[in-house]
Design a protein around this ligand. Structure first.
Ligand code: PEP
Ligand code: MN
Length: 346
């Protein structure tokens, strides 16, 4: 870490900061310039001493404290040095294959879910998505089918050979949702629900952590660190768009984050172009862009009749559009040295 002292600071102030750093276990090296003094401090584990380091910002004569190591450890790229592959009951996320996750925004009925599951499975999807517990901006909006929805998801997954991903919103529901889901989705609104993150950190079900809609990459990775430090290392991240000043799209899908994360973390990165754009006609183009830029998987909202969907119909694509999109995505995956499961021909 580097402590930049204010111009005109006193030797006593430099001494006080140096003393504190030594007590924290650092080897201290002050450099006295003509106008400024900086103190180099090496040897400490910054992420473990973050509160003590923050105190230094308030010390007399201190202008800035610059950390040179990352504030997260278990999710950092360097921690294992290569990409993590998460095995979801035989489906590997983070390997060569770009894993397709598809299904309705929310489970509405047996017929809606099973029709979708059957067709997306045939088209090459590996994982069935669908909300049973839905986070809604309005309390008057549909809140999901709950346990009934979970049961349908599990049954549909079993019947069509798909793994299941669904959202868990509350600490008290983690056990219940884990019984039915192969991947626990933490939604954007809960990315900084630290109690929930700790709770899923305690279980062994893989977790997909969506990016908070206003979260910086570092905040997102620190949220993942909560899960990893609890002992659950089967984490994937999901870029689902962030809030910007542009209202035309529901969110702004941050494609650069997908590329940037490759050098920051070993965790696989899934992309959700449905919440990411809010517009069905943009789902195909952004899916292609996401695969091109290195996404390890896609999470796409597919509905048999999007115009009648209870939730997120405007951003849901039809089953036919999904079937048409798959070979196009496969071609892009192949062009960037990845595979994408080819449709099962019947
Ligand atoms: C969803 O996947 O339907 C959803 C609600 O996602 P997000 O948390 O990204 O809004
Ligand atoms: Mn949705």
């Amino acid at each position: 870490m580097i402590i930049v002292m204010k111009g005109g600071c006193t030797p006593g102030q430099v001494h006080e900061v140096s003393n504190r750093l030594e007590l924290l276990g650092y080897v201290v090296n002050p450099i006295f310039g003509v106008e400024k003094t900086v103190i180099g401090a090496v040897g400490g584990s910054e992420h473990e001493k973050i509160d003590a380091i923050d105190q230094l910002r308030g010390y007399e004569g201190v202008e800035d404290v610059i950390l040179i190591t990352k504030p997260y450890k278990f999710v950092a790229k360097e921690y294992i040095g290569k990409k993590s592959v998460i095995d979801v009951g035989g489906v590997k996320v983070g390997g060569d294959e770009v894993v397709m996750m598809a299904g309705p925004c929310t489970v509405e009925s047996e017929e809606q879910l099973f029709t979708t599951a059957e067709r997306v499975a045939k088209a090459g999807a590996r994982i069935l998505r669908g909300g049973a517990y839905k986070p809604s901006t309005s309390p008057y909006s549909f809140q999901g089918m709950g346990l009934e929805g979970l049961k349908l998801l599990k049954e549909a997954g079993k019947r069509y050979g798909l793994k299941v991903i669904t959202e868990v919103m509350h600490v008290r529901k983690v056990e219940e949702v884990s019984e039915y889901a192969d991947i626990l989705q933490i939604g954007t609104r809960n990315m900084q629900n630290y109690d929930l993150l700790r709770e899923v950190g305690q279980c062994r079900t893989p977790v997909m952590l969506k990016r908070g809609m206003t979260a910086k990459l570092e905040e997102w990775l620190l949220a993942a660190e909560y899960i990893a430090s609890g002992g659950n290392d089967r984490i994937m991240l999901c870029e689902r768009g962030i809030r910007t000043f542009e209202p035309y799209t529901r969110n702004t899908l941050d494609l650069s984050a997908i590329a940037a994360l490759q050098s920051l973390t070993h965790l696989p990165v899934v992309v959700d172009p449905s919440q990411g754009t809010g517009r069905r006609e943009l789902v195909g183009p952004m899916s292609k862009a996401a695969v091109a830029v290195g996404a390890d998987g896609l999470l796409i909202e597919v509905h048999p009749n999007p115009d009648q969907a209870i939730k997120d119909g405007a951003q849901s694509i039809t089953i036919e559009s999904f079937e048409k999109l798959m070979p196009e995505l496969e071609a892009i995956a192949n062009a960037v040295g990845r595979s994408l499961r080819t449709p099962v021909l019947t």
